[in-house]
Design a protein. Structure first.
Length: 230
C-alpha cells in the first residue's frame, strides 16, 4: 500500500531546525512585500535542532527580525528605516510648508501675488486649510522670535536655516531627484512672483538645495529654469 501523502511530508520533517519566536516590540512600518503601511512585530528567535518536531539541542539565536502582521514576511530591522506612507506624506507636506515660509520670510509678505502663490503651493502639498493670514502670522512670530523683521537687509536668520535642514534632510534620501527638484522649484516660483530674486531669496533657495542634497550647479540651474515663463 502506498503511504498517504501526509505521511511522506511528515517523514521529511523528522529532523530540522525549529525556531521559536518571541515578540520584543511592535509598531507600524512600510512592508516591502505586501506594499503598504502595516503593523509589525519585532521578534527574536531561539533555534533548536528538532527531532520529530520536538525541539532538542539549542542552535543559537535568530533575528531580531521584523515580521509583517499582514503577510508574515520577515525582514531585517533596517526595514524600519523607511518611513511609512503616512509619515512620508507628512514629511513632504512639512517640507513644502517650511520652504514656503522661508521664502516668504526672506522676500517679505507685502506682495499679494507672492502671498497667493505661497498659499496655493502649501495647499497643493496637502495642508488644505492654509490661509494667507496663517502664513503671515507665522512669519511675524518668526521675526519676533529671531528679533529680526522681514524688511531688514538680511532677514533670513540662522534659525530659519536650521528649520530648513530639519524639515528637508530626513526627507531627501527617500525622494527621487525629480521630487527634490520639485520642492526647490516650488520655492523658487514663490520667490519670483514679485520679480527677480533678491539676494536673501537666493540665499534661502541655496540652503534649500543643499538640505535637499542637490548639487550647487543643479540648484543654480533649477533657479534659472523657474525664471523662464512656463
Ligand atoms: Zn506585508
Amino acid at each position: 500500500m502506498l503511504p498517504a501523502r501526509g505521511m511522506s511530508v511528515r517523514k521529511m520533517r523528522v529532523c530540522g531546525i525549529h525556531t521559536s519566536w518571541s515578540t520584543i516590540g511592535d509598531g507600524e512600518f512600510f512592508c516591502p512585500a505586501c506594499g503598504g503601511d502595516r503593523n509589525y512585530r519585532r521578534r527574536t528567535g531561539r533555534r533548536r535542532l528538532a527531532v520529530l518536531g520536538v525541539p532538542l539541542l539549542p542552535r543559537g539565536l535568530a533575528g531580531p527580525v521584523v515580521e509583517c502582521a499582514a503577510c508574515h514576511s520577515h525582514f531585517g530591522t533596517d526595514a524600519l528605516d523607511h518611513p511609512t506612507t503616512g509619515r512620508f506624506s507628512a514629511m513632504l507636506r512639512d517640507a513644502v510648508h517650511t520652504v514656503a515660509l522661508a521664502v516668504l520670510a526672506s522676500g517679505g509678505t507685502s506682495s499679494r501675488s507672492v502671498r497667493e502663490i505661497a498659499v496655493h503651493t502649501v495647499r497643493a502639498a496637502g495642508l488644505d486649510d492654509c490661509t494667507e493670514d496663517q502664513l503671515t502670522s507665522l512669519i511675524e512670530a518668526l521675526a519676533a522670535d529671531t528679533g529680526r523683521y522681514v524688511t531688514d537687509a538680511a532677514p533670513y536668520g540662522a534659525a530659519l536655516a536650521i528649520e530648513l535642514h530639519e524639515a528637508l534632510e530626513p526627507l531627501a534620501p527617500h525622494l527621487a531627484p525629480a521630487g527634490r527638484e520639485s520642492i526647490l522649484l516650488q520655492g523658487a516660483r514663490i520667490a519670483l512672483a514679485d520679480g527677480p530674486y533678491t539676494q536673501a531669496e537666493r540665499e534661502v533657495l541655496t540652503t534649500v538645495g543643499a538640505a535637499l542634497q542637490l548639487g550647487e550647479d543643479d540648484t543654480i540651474r533649477l533657479m534659472e529654469t523657474a525664471r523662464t515663463p512656463f
